[in-house]
Design a protein around this ligand. Structure first.
Ligand SMILES: Cc1cc2nc3c(=O)[nH]c(=O)nc-3n(C[C@H](O)[C@H](O)[C@H](O)COP(=O)(O)OP(=O)(O)OC[C@H]3O[C@@H](n4cnc5c(N)ncnc54)[C@H](O)[C@@H]3O)c2cc1C
Length: 442
């Protein structure tokens, strides 16, 4: 794992034997698994969370930390609106500092086309009663006075917020464990047992556990577990690089995207910094899966991606030949930050904000974003497999949804249905061809 990606809390690993039977098994201890475990314990259900690697060791501690409602697929907006009040009370609820602050989110418009695109999104905002506004150049300058380069304007939502990813999922896990949830690290789910079609147990790397309810929240590996049940989703992983800088003068309380960078300033004055919505695709045989879904998108959005022929294909080939358990895939993928992106983002930061000329990148990491071709997650029970629930495919914006997804998945596992309309996030939409085009890629 790259330097700086460790959760702030000590590991939860324990050598204690797994329980013989629990109400719910969760595959994956990212923010979705940890938040769900916390809410399940509040409902009094026994729960075992298995992670093939470590607690929140993948996307959930590698994210930028934006908690935004704006510029999302319209189907996600009501979910994010319901998530904001949960974020507002989360530090108190989990009794942990999460660096939550509600300083808004600005997407800078540098061209007339961007202004027009953002203007169009105002209709989505208005339909949901969201406080999103289109700012002119003067208003942008007033909001981010340290910004040197002019802009046409921007899209701004004052009620958007931010929090520190290295704190949130671990905080959920620790509160869940205090309430009695069990966590097993380095313990992948590798088999799913059924009786008359319904879930009746899981085979983990440390033994068999009886359960009638299973949540698959395994991030970019979820497709592997679903494949065990004959369920196919065209899930892929794309690599994104993030950096943290040395502290600088306070320049803004919000999240900012523009001039080639995405930033948010943390409580200690440092910045989480990335180049704006750019991703790397390390070519390997794995990308043949779901290719028919992705090729048209890659053609249309080719400027957002860089294809890399960097040895990942050889690594992938070795893995396939090694006979490793296909349901697990790689245990702890060493996702390398892309040095050229780190340098480009650092340069763009000081060009956009000259007041930050002394600021330097002090650490970098990358994460494998789990994507689906229509840009929205799967949040669904599988009709063919009673007892199975799926929460995956968050396409680079699931950190913000984590508290809401955790609450809803727990309710669904407990009461047999969610409290919100989640029909847009059907599991079967790829198999029946009803999946739409992505509203945004990340
Ligand atoms: C660089 C980057 C920046 C991002 N920025 C933002 C942002 O600013 N705002 C935002 O909202 N979102 C952001 N995201 C997206 C967000 O981080 C994810 O959507 C979210 O963390 C997904 O959480 P998860 O629990 O589904 O998956 P993960 O955090 O990936 O957790 C999945 C877990 O499942 C485990 N697992 C896999 N297979 C198995 C198995 N067979 N058995 C047991 N365990 C298994 C893995 O080891 C892993 O720990 C970003 C993501 C990245 C990578």
């Amino acid at each position: 794992m790259p330097q700086g990606c460790y959760p702030l809390y000590p590991a939860l690993a324990s050598a204690e034997p797994l329980p013989a039977e629990v109400d719910v098994v969760i595959a994956g201890a990212g923010i979705m698994g940890c938040a769900t475990a916390y809410h399940l314990r509040q409902r009094g259900l026994s729960v075992l969370v298995c992670d093939k690697a470590g607690l929140a060791s993948q996307q959930s501690t590698r994210a930028w930390g934006f908690v935004r409602q704006q510029a999302r697929d319209p189907a996600e907006v009501p979910l994010m609106q319901a998530a904001i009040p949960l974020w507002q009370g989360l530090e108190t609820e989990l009794q942990a500092p999460l660096e939550w602050r509600q300083g808004g989110c600005l997407y800078l418009a540098e061209t007339d086309q961007q202004m027009a695109d953002y203007h169009a999104w105002l209709q989505v905002a208005a339909a949901h009663g969201l406080d999103t506004r289109l700012l002119d150049a003067r208003e942008v300058a007033a909001l981010w006075p340290a910004l040197a380069r002019p802009a046409k304007g921007g899209l701004f939502t004052a009620s958007d917020g931010q929090a520190e990813p290295r704190r949130v999922a671990p905080a959920y896990a620790y509160r869940a464990r205090e309430l009695g949830a069990r966590f097993a690290e380095g313990c992948g789910v590798q088999g799913i047992d059924r009786a008359n079609g319904a879930i009746c147990g899981v085979q983990t790397e440390r033994g068999y556990v009886k359960t009638r309810r299973l949540l698959i929240a395994a991030g970019a590996s979820s497709w592997r577990l679903l494949a065990l049940l004959g369920l196919d989703i065209p899930q892929q992983g794309i690599r994104c690089t993030v950096s943290r800088t040395s502290p600088g003068p306070a320049i803004g309380a919000g999240c900012f995207i523009g001039h080639g960078i995405g930033i948010r300033q943390r409580a200690d004055g440092s910045f989480n910094l990335a180049d704006e919505a750019q991703a790397d695709i390390d070519l390997s045989l794995g990308y043949l899966r779901g290719a028919s879904w992705y090729l048209p998108l890659l053609r249309e959005h080719h400027r957002s991606f860089r294809f890399r022929l960097n040895g990942a294909w050889l690594h992938d080939l070795r893995q396939r030949l090694s006979g490793d358990h296909p349901a697990l895939g790689e245990r702890d993928p060493h996702v390398r930050p892309e040095d050229s992106r780190v340098r480009a983002a650092e340069r763009a930061l000081t060009t956009a904000f000259p007041a930050l000329r002394e600021v330097r990148v002090v650490e970098s990491w990358a994460g494998l974003i789990d994507v689906l071709p229509d840009g929205i997650p799967v949040l669904d029970a599988a009709a063919r497999v009673p007892g199975l629930l799926v929460a995956t495919g968050f396409c680079g914006h699931g950190f913000a949804l984590g508290p809401l997804v955790g609450r809803e998945m727990a309710r669904w596992l407990d009461q047999g249905q969610p409290g919100l309309d989640l029909s847009a996030f059907r599991l079967g939409r790829f198999a029946d061809g009803s999946a739409g085009k992505p509203y945004s890629l990340f």
